[in-house]
Design a protein around this ligand. Structure first.
Ligand SMILES: [Zn+2]
Ligand SMILES: [Zn+2]
Length: 158
């Protein structure tokens, strides 16, 4: 437990550093939003963060939460996960990683694979764009959805 907590603290301190570098004011609300993102597993949407944060900050608006998350993305604290329909989702994992996305429940799971990190970028893409990151997205049906397929339809609760 202690070890886990201290790793989280290092990540948090790093984020605070980025705040300062970008001349962003460190407000209690921003800290709370940041902590919420860090404590949520996976790739939360602004909606999910908003629903959690309003328990401690009842006056906060969805717009504020959403804008704050976009600001975090702007200064490189968070990543925006691309292309999962209407809902924009955020990714606090700043290590080089790849995604598995379930086509059924939209779950996105991180995985690490060095060979993908070293993928060769096509020459015509390199000429045209400034590539900063490689992320491979594998799509399919996740283990949970497969097991709910094979068990009968009566078990419809997640
Ligand atoms: Zn699934
Ligand atoms: Zn991720």
């Amino acid at each position: 437990m202690i070890k886990r907590k201290s790793i989280r603290k290092i990540v948090f301190d790093n984020f605070i550093k980025k705040f300062k570098e970008s001349n962003l004011k460190i407000t209690p609300q921003r800290i709370a939003i940041l902590e919420q993102v860090l404590s949520s597993q996976g790739h939360p949407s602004a909606e999910e963060i908003y629903n959690k944060i309003k328990k401690s900050y009842p006056n906060i608006s969805f717009d504020t939460v959403n804008r704050t998350l976009l600001t975090f993305a702007d200064i490189g604290i968070l990543d925006i996960v691309e292309g999962t329909g209407d809902v924009r989702r955020f990714d606090p994992n700043d290590k080089s990683h790849h995604h598995f996305r379930c086509k059924k429940c939209e779950r996105i799971e991180d995985f690490y694979y060095e060979d993908y990190d070293k993928l060769e970028i096509p020459e015509n893409i390199k000429e045209k764009f400034n590539i900063k990151k490689i992320r491979v997205i594998l799509e399919g049906i996740c283990d949970k959805c497969i097991s709910s397929y094979s068990s009968s339809e009566t078990d419809s609760n997640p």
